[in-house]
Write a protein that binds this ligand. Structure first.
Ligand SMILES: [Zn+2]
Ligand SMILES: [Zn+2]
Length: 193
């Protein structure tokens, strides 16, 4: 098991510098892994992390848990919150970890020498006891874990645009197999050239 210092160094190398949100990511990852009783960083795909924002926190979570978007062991469901849910895909157990509302204030007490608020978070988040920094909420998923993971190698073709759809992300509408963009859930419109 790597130490907090080793994890922070690995995250900083990945991120080009160390910042308070990476520290949060590392400590949230340690808390989540311990709660599930799984060995981290994992070398298999047993743990799935659902992160509620993008940005710095993800790099700390990734080095600590071994979960990566590219390995399909991490998903970003963007709620704009620094919070993450750790799921044991074998048992279905899940815990949501988020910083306590009081963490920013408490960080200052643990870093009296800090010259800025930023520095007090950077140092304080490393030093404060876990129970003061984060809260853990055991949760039950209201979305299907099976659907979230989906079947490896599964793919179909959209009957409207012809593009390939993987991971069971198609929508069946009036008997037609369509991609999410073609049923109006798209985020783009193709420009005329
Ligand atoms: Zn950062
Ligand atoms: Zn389509």
């Amino acid at each position: 098991m790597p130490t907090l210092e080793e994890l922070l160094a690995a995250s900083a190398a990945f991120h080009h510098h160390l910042c308070p949100r990476q520290v949060l990511g590392v400590r949230m990852g340690l808390a989540g892994g311990r709660w599930l009783g799984l060995t981290i960083p994992q070398t298999d795909k047993r743990m799935l992390v659902v992160v509620e924002t993008d940005g710095c926190v993800i790099d700390g979570l990734a080095v600590t848990t071994g979960c990566r978007v590219g390995r399909r062991t991490m998903r970003v469901l963007d709620f704009g919150k620094v919070a993450a849910t750790f799921i044991d895909t074998v048992t279905g157990q899940a815990v949501r970890v988020s910083p306590r509302a009081s963490a920013r204030q408490r960080a200052k007490d643990y870093a009296p020498e800090a010259k800025s608020r930023w520095e007090s978070y950077l140092l304080g988040y490393q030093r404060m006891p876990e129970e003061e920094l984060v809260q853990l909420q055991p949760i039950t998923l209201t979305i299907s874990l099976e659907k979230l993971l989906s079947k490896e190698g599964y793919r179909v073709q959209c009957e409207h645009c012809g593009e390939e759809i993987t991971n069971e992300r198609e929508v069946v509408q009036n008997g037609q197999t369509l991609c999410r963009a073609c049923v109006g859930e798209g985020y783009y419109r193709i420009s005329a050239c």
